[in-house]
Design a protein around this ligand. Sequence first.
Ligand code: UDP
Length: 258
Amino acid sequence: MNERLPILDIWVDPVSREEAKARVRGFLEQGTRPYAIFAANPEKNFSVPADAQLYECYRQADLLLPDGIGVVLAARLLYGARLERLPGSEFIFDICQLAEAGGYSVFVYGAKEEVNRASVARLQQRYPKLRIAGRANGFVLMEEMPQLVEQINASGASILFLALGSPRQEKWFAAHKDALTTVRVVQGIGGTLDTIGGNVQRAPEFWCRHNLEWLYRLIKEPRRINRQKILPVFALLVLKRWLGMRVAHAAGRSGKTG
Ligand code: UDP
């Protein structure tokens, strides 16, 4: 795989959808431990470095998806990399497809009970041969966590979808990964179950195709402004980094010729 690209204070793996799927296939077929898949987007550029534990989770992640258009554009500007956006909320379906085709079972942990139940039913409807080994809502008490881990292990699941939101899901992974005996792939899917089995709608295709999903979500949920006001700051910081790289490059060239 191409080398992981630093994007300001986080990283992204420059993978196409097919390459990302091939990585997941590799984890499932040859893996010896749980492999973590998380999303790289502008929001994470601020939340990850601010939390040492979350930072470690990202640093050690096995696959960081180009989840947000901001990260895709930054990779283009800084490195000339031509990435396609691969949102975690879509990649879950690629993993389900792989699981269905390869006979790997999944466990779905997270979100409210009714959302979790409805999501599992939807996934089963969409992938009739998918083996759903188990599910649990995301409000399991701390003291019940050992039983949940036991339940996941006893289910024999190879894939775990973690839908606790960030940073809860990454920290859950860090705390429990060593206790997972059968799971080989863990995807942190944030609030995705709310779009699968709840009443939060993903943007219609037009908005997604034009990379405007963020705007659609902002119009639908104006309280997201708090999250999205970081986007212009992110853009400015990327520009500043790009300028810095150009200046360093020019200085290097004149140093060589001078
Ligand atoms: N959630 C959960 N357990 C908790 C807190 C939250 O399962 O203790 C779920 C919540 O129901 C929602 C998701 O985590 O489905 C958080 O969604 P959000 O969109 O905030 O996460 P993000 O995608 O931004 O990480």
